[in-house]
Design a protein around this ligand. Structure first.
Ligand code: ATP
Length: 276
């Protein structure tokens, strides 16, 4: 844990933030912070707003209310240039961390360096092999994307996300679709990379057991708000029925499986019925 860190070590901060699309509010009154060196899990049911929160963290979605700061800068009021600089300090691994199929493994990882830096090819070779080494794929550098497995492709995408040595790495469901062994290895890899780069990491995950082993802090969203936060031990010790049900994956309890009915759905349905 990094509780001793000062305010200047806060990489990402949400203060009284509401997020949504158009009129619709998805998450209300969010308060959270991510500090340098921390690995943070963001958990919550399907459709609870985790990806929405991630979009707000990278400045792709502006808060309806409240303030989101990254590296101390308010993402709603920075210039496009500053926002670009901020984004360069972040690595994002989206769920479909698609690789360029016409480039081999090496060139995929080299891509951000060639696009965004003036590094020489000699430096690029060194940096890319170093990051591929970190994900255990140095000797796969020459392979075509079609020659590697799905799990390997995820690791290459991870190497690409960290090649610029970001200070904050955001992972959208990094464990989805991985077998139990790769899952454990990926979790450990995320922890090791965070420690090695000294960056902060935020991972959206449904994998409680695996993520709780590597994270310092957990934020749980649901019912349109932040439901719980604390260390994995804090969450495991909670008496909150919703949190307990979620952590145990039980089908019975207050967690809602169904997508909520909205005026937009009712209006769509009555229009469909009109034509029948
Ligand atoms: N671009 C958009 N425009 C309008 N509504 C959206 C948009 N993107 C997401 N939503 C809605 O916001 C809500 C939260 O979606 P989000 O993708 O953030 O959930 P999630 O927690 O990441 O879900 P999952 O775990 O299933 O990936 C959902 O009800 C979704 O329909």
């Amino acid at each position: 844990m990094n509780d001793h860190l000062s305010d200047s070590d806060i990489i990402l901060r949400f203060s009284d933030v509401s997020l949504g699309y158009g009129e619709r509010v998805i998450l209300d009154n969010l308060n959270l912070q991510v500090k340098k060196g921390q690995v943070v899990a963001l958990i919550g049911g399907s459709g609870s707003g985790k990806t929405t929160l991630l979009r707000a963290a990278i400045g792709q979605l502006i808060a309806q209310k409240g303030v989101v700061t990254a590296f101390g800068q308010n993402l709603a009021s920075v210039s496009p240039n500053i926002l670009r600089n901020i984004r360069q300090r972040m690595g994002v691994l989206f769920q479909q961390g698609a690789l360029f199929t016409d480039l081999n493994v090496f060139d995929n990882v080299a891509f951000p360096l060639r696009e965004l830096t003036k590094d020489s090819e000699a430096v690029i070779l060194e940096k890319v092999l170093d990051k591929l080494d970190a994900v255990g794929l140095k000797a796969a550098a020459h392979l075509a994307v079609s020659e590697i497995s799905g799990g390997m492709a995820r690791r290459v995408a991870l190497a690409r996300a960290i090649v610029l040595e970001p200070e904050l790495v955001l992972y959208d469901e990094p464990f989805a679709g991985l077998d139990p062994i790769s899952l454990g290895m990926t979790a450990q890899l995320i922890r090791n990379l965070s420690d090695r780069l000294g960056c902060a990491s935020v991972l959206i995950t449904h994998d409680i057991d695996e993520s709780f082993q590597i994270v310092d802090q957990v934020y749980m969203v649901g019912h349109g708000k932040l439901l719980a936060s604390g260390t994995p031990e804090d969450l495991r010790a909670t008496e909150d029925a919703y949190v307990k049900q979620f952590l145990h994956g039980s089908p019975q309890g207050p967690v809602v499986f169904e997508y909520p009915d909205t005026p937009a759905f009712s209006s769509w349905l009555s229009k469909r019925k009109e034509g029948l």
